[in-house]
Design a protein around this ligand. Structure first.
Ligand code: SF4
Length: 352
């Protein structure tokens, strides 16, 4: 499908039809849309809303607390991606984040890939190494690959503390709980694994367009154009066909199904959502790091991350936005990650 980009830009700038609310549910889309200034290129009748697409932003406080407790336990070490280090849990101020726990002697390691835990575990077999396994469909195959490697090498001192999430159930939750969305930009990276097919049942059930998009400016503008033109139609438009297929990555899907099964998951500020997470299958419990029951979510009551992620509140309408809450002093998870809605709205002035 070929589009004339100049015509697309002109259409989106001059659009004068009914108001359209389009939600992106991908942290990389949120960051790209904000950095590229795409909202400023659109008619005011087209509103882009950043949804729950940042895996760090949706982890409940009980999960952070569990990692902090492990890091401070004799013989244990916690490995994580960098973004998670500053996400607040609900412990005392001195140890509210993994970073603070590290300052108090907690053993916390920032890694760039789950596979980086392997040499650490082999060099220090006297410790138990926990990986903070957060992420969506995109990242879960890497954890499955890690588990496969642990089995092959007979490594037994690595465990996963999982807070893995999947997209379709949370999108259904949004549709059924007043998010008032007219179209979705389907998550680009997730779609590589799941395939465009994952969004067809949602499109048909809620009569909404789902547009699979890349991350370049032209790709995003074209996807927004496709979404606006398709409002009211239950269809999936794959505008990222060079990377996303209908079926997705079947090998990755099979590997994930071997090690993980669907479960109810807790989303920060949004509560429990059935079938919106993945947990280890019981036969792999030797690698389980105590992920069950981490459903307490005692986030700062002044923080409105749940309403922001649900599309019910714009970040700039949170009373703490840019005042008591900023990237140097985040009060909620959405202000921590560079993929977080509040972080992007503040640092890139996404609100025009
Ligand atoms: Fe939470 Fe800060 Fe965002 Fe407000 S601005 S919703 S306190 S992260």
């Amino acid at each position: 499908m070929a589009f004339d980009l100049e015509a697309v830009k002109a259409y989106l700038a001059a659009y004068d039809g009914p108001p359209v609310r389009i939600m992106e549910v991908c942290g990389s889309h949120t960051a790209a849309i904000s950095k590229l200034g795409i909202p400023s290129m659109l008619s005011e009748r087209i509103q882009l809303i950043s949804g729950p697409g940042c895996p760090v932003c949706v982890t409940p406080t009980a999960y952070i607390d569990r990692l902090i407790d492990l890091s401070l336990t004799e013989g244990c070490a916690v490995c994580t991606f960098g973004d998670l280090l500053r996400v607040p849990g609900s412990r005392d101020r001195e140890v509210r984040t993994l970073n603070l726990a590290k300052g108090r002697g907690g053993k916390v390691y920032m890694l760039y890939s789950p596979m980086d835990i392997l040499p650490l575990a082999e060099q220090h077999p006297e410790w138990t190494w926990y990986f903070a396994a957060v992420g969506f469909e995109t990242t879960t195959p890497v954890y499955a690959l890690l588990l496969q490697t642990l089995e092959e090498r007979g490594i037994t001192n690595v465990k996963l503390v999982t807070a893995l999430k999947t997209m379709p159930a949370v999108i259904a939750h949004l549709c059924e709980n007043g998010a008032n969305i007219d179209a979705f930009l389907a998550p680009g990276h997730v779609s590589v694994v799941t395939g465009a097919q994952a969004f067809r049942p949602l499109a048909e059930r809620y009569r909404l367009p789902f547009v699979v998009s890349g991350f370049q400016g032209g790709e995003l503008l074209t996807a927004i154009y496709g979404a606006v033109r398709s409002v009211g139609q239950g269809r999936v438009l794959n505008l990222y066909p060079s990377v996303v297929t209908e079926q997705g990555n079947c090998e990755a899907q099979a590997l994930v199904s071997h090690y993980f099964r669907p479960c109810t998951a807790v989303w920060r500020g949004m509560g429990e959502i059935a079938d919106s997470g993945m947990m280890l299958r019981p036969e792999f419990s030797a690698y389980e790091g105590g992920s069950a029951g981490l459903n307490r979510d005692n986030a700062n009551p002044a923080c409105s991350c749940g309403a922001v992620l649900s599309g019910k509140l714009r970040p700039q309408d949170c009373p703490l936005f840019g005042k008591g809450c900023n990237p140097m002093n985040p009060q909620g998870a959405c202000m921590v990650s560079t993929e977080g809605s509040c972080f992007q709205y503040l640092t890139n002035h996404r609100d025009r």
